[in-house]
Write a protein that binds this ligand. Structure first.
Ligand SMILES: N[C@@H](CCC(=O)N[C@@H](CS)C(=O)NCC(=O)O)C(=O)O
Length: 336
């Protein structure tokens, strides 16, 4: 009986330490451990000095600025697609910010929670121009390279069935292998999220020889994810990212955030920037939680432009990722 009680107690203890206290843990180790891609220009890739840079990287740096007062205190852990969910649910990483689609199964069944959609994406196909195919509907009989552990696999099969076409999927363990198989001609097409196609095409030997076909075959809402069950930590990541979108809505930028905090008479802005109210306490943080995030990486629009904007090599139009006030889907929840 006593033994049973002890076993019961130890299970309760294991569960509670595994499923809560991420904020305390992160603050104790003084570093945020973040799962990231293995290298996708624009989203996350090491620069010439070995520093990770990109849109997904900046989301993690915003969280680190908020909870550790230093955007540099992030340890990035490159994860292949098939590891990205388990790395979070098992506690290997505190957060994953890595082109990951919010699906029901992952959310409700695989021990993770999604936070805020940072990029509304969709799946597409890349094909060599030499094949002269202009539409995904015409790829009957084609071989398609795809990466294991992605939503792309199921979408590809669904697309083939729904359109009554035969597709041979060649599934590879990692993106690197899948892309190199495509580039050496083992597959006719390569499929993944459209933003990644735009990005990965720039890494091919002759990008201009490949085109991205017009069809969008799925919805891929990409969001950073955390372990299921630690509500406070989920709230923190969700509201920091939400705050970056809210900052864009309110015209708060990396350059003007301190001035806005000092001078703005707008009560909404005063509350967001901690001049009034007590939003920091809702998250277990201080009143400057959002100021630090914006200082570190700028607002959502600035982050988008820095990595995907017209001045970049990728130049991915904002499309549905525009603010809702400009006809897009990015909509910040109210900070009050
Ligand atoms: N959004 C999809 C696919 C995302 C994805 O990350 N795809 C692959 C194949 S292109 C990948 O691993 N990319 C990044 C990497 O190099 O780590 C998902 O959540 O499954």
């Amino acid at each position: 009986m006593k033994k049973l009680l002890l076993i019961g107690l130890s299970i309760v203890l294991t569960v509670s330490t595994a499923w809560s206290g991420t904020l305390e843990n992160v603050q104790k180790k003084d570093v945020l451990t973040c799962g990231i891609s293995e290298g996708v220009p624009g989203f996350s890739i090491p620069d010439s000095t070995g520093q990770w840079v990109g849109f997904d990287v900046d989301m993690a740096r915003a969280v680190a600025a908020s909870v550790l007062s230093d955007p540099k205190k992030v340890k990035f852990v490159p994860l292949a697609s098939k590891q990205k969910i388990i790395a979070v649910s098992s506690g290997q990483v505190d957060l994953t910010s890595r082109t990951t689609t919010w699906t029901m199964k992952r959310d409700a069944k695989q021990g993770v929670d999604f936070t805020k959609i940072v990029f509304y994406d969709g799946q597409g196909f890349m094909i060599s121009k030499a094949l002269g195919v202009d539409s995904a509907a015409k790829i009957d009989g084609a071989t398609v390279c795809v990466t294991a552990g992605t939503t792309s696999e199921l979408n590809l099969a669904d697309f083939a069935r729904a359109n009554d076409i035969n597709i041979e999927a060649l599934v590879f363990d990692g993106k690197k292998e899948a892309l190199s198989a495509y580039s050496t001609g083992r597959c006719d097409c390569f499929t993944t999220d459209l933003s990644q196609l735009a990005s990965l095409r720039t890494t091919l030997a002759n990008p201009q020889d490949h085109k991205i076909m017009p069809e969008v075959i799925s919805k891929e809402p990409l969001a950073p994810l955390v372990r299921h069950g630690d509500n406070q930590w989920k709230d923190i990541v969700t509201w920091v990212i939400n705050g970056l979108i809210a900052a864009e809505e309110s015209g708060i930028t990396q350059a003007n955030v301190l001035e806005m905090k000092g001078k703005s008479k707008n009560p909404v802005i005063q509350r967001m920037l901690g001049k009034s109210g007590d939003t920091g306490s809702y998250l277990g943080l201080d009143q400057d939680w959002l100021v630090r995030a914006i200082q570190a990486v700028g607002n959502y629009g600035e982050i988008y432009d820095r990595h995907f904007g017209p001045e970049t090599k990728l130049n991915i139009p904002r499309g549905v990722n525009k603010l809702w006030t400009q006809g897009g889907l990015q909509y910040a929840l109210p900070i009050r």
